[in-house]
Design a protein around this ligand. Structure first.
Ligand SMILES: NC(=O)c1ccc[n+]([C@@H]2O[C@H](COP(=O)([O-])OP(=O)(O)OC[C@H]3O[C@@H](n4cnc5c(N)ncnc54)[C@H](O)[C@@H]3O)[C@@H](O)[C@H]2O)c1
Length: 251
């Protein structure tokens, strides 16, 4: 089998698939032969991703779906609508940056609800569906952040949510390995997406100067690692976190 068909006839689910890293993951999964459910809170952006996906293998079909990952009801509706996906990538995420001294409770709660609770709800629903149907294997990948390890000014809520998904993933890996389900995190550094377009240029320039590889990352560079973790090439890897940072904060 060639490298470009590692995920042939696999059903994959990507949250946050309408933009940035999630969109790049959908594109790479499709190019490896997978069928992709592009799930996002924005129907328009999910559709936009879906229509652009490679779709030339027999049996390959994609769909766009609306989901709010922070809502159990919405997640349940999505997961019961589709076959159990053997690959799931949690890429939905938000930021609401404020310094600790000024952060409102709402800003903290919303970021935790989407980034941490959303990853829990999707991971749980997908794992339950895989176990119930007796699927022999699965791979669940959660996009964390290097910020969860080292902290970041103005992101006390976001850093806490991203540290949380690592603990969640390691625990899920321990509990689900007996069902053949692997769980891993990818920890991006600073990647050019709509999320980082909000960051002031001064801060971006400062960050770039701290990156040993000297530039921001591209969404495709994170997607490549997600596809590796989706495929059998990573069959002996579970409970791990892979940094995709250009060397930022290696110490
Ligand atoms: N861009 C970076 O530098 C960077 C660095 C580290 C980690 N990350 C993480 O990567 C992931 C993707 O980020 P991105 O940079 O591509 O951001 P992005 O804003 O481009 O994409 C995020 C997507 O998530 C969707 N989304 C938001 N809330 C949702 C919800 N409740 N339910 C379903 N979908 C929802 C948005 O509509 C959007 O399409 C996030 O988890 C983010 O925290 C990004």
């Amino acid at each position: 089998m060639t490298a470009a068909t590692r995920l042939i006839s696999r059903l994959t689910l990507v949250t946050g698939g309408g933009s940035g890293i999630g969109r790049a993951v959908c594109q790479r999964l499709a190019s490896e032969g997978a069928s992709v459910v592009v799930a996002d809170i924005s129907e328009e952006s999910a559709n936009e991703t879906m229509v652009g996906l490679q779709n030339d293998l027999r049996g390959q079909g994609h769909m766009a779906a609306v989901v709010d990952v922070s809502s159990k009801e919405s997640v349940k509706k999505l997961v019961t609508r589709i076959q159990p996906p053997s690959v799931c990538v949690n890429a939905a995420g938000i930021t609401q940056d404020h310094f600790l001294l000024n952060m409102e409770e709402d800003h903290f709660d919303r970021v935790i609800q989407v980034n941490l609770k959303g990853s829990f709800l999707i991971t749980q629903a997908v794992a339950q569906a895989l176990v119930a149907c007796g699927a022999p294997k699965g791979s669940i990948i959660t996009v964390g952040s290097i910020v969860g390890k080292v902290g970041n000014l103005g992101q006390v809520n976001y850093a806490a949510s991203k540290a949380g998904v690592e603990g969640l993933t390691k625990t899920a890996a321990k509990e689900l390995s007996r069902f053949g389900i692997r769980c891993n995190c990818v920890l991006p550094g600073f990647i050019s997406t709509p999320m980082t377009e909000k960051v002031p240029e001064k801060v971006i320039d400062k960050m770039k100067s701290l990156v040993p590889l000297g530039r921001m990352g591209e969404p495709e560079e994170v997607a490549d690692v997600c596809v590796f973790l989706s495929s059998d090439d990573s069959r002996y890897i579970t409970g791990s976190s892979i940094e995709v940072t250009g060397g930022l904060f290696i110490g």
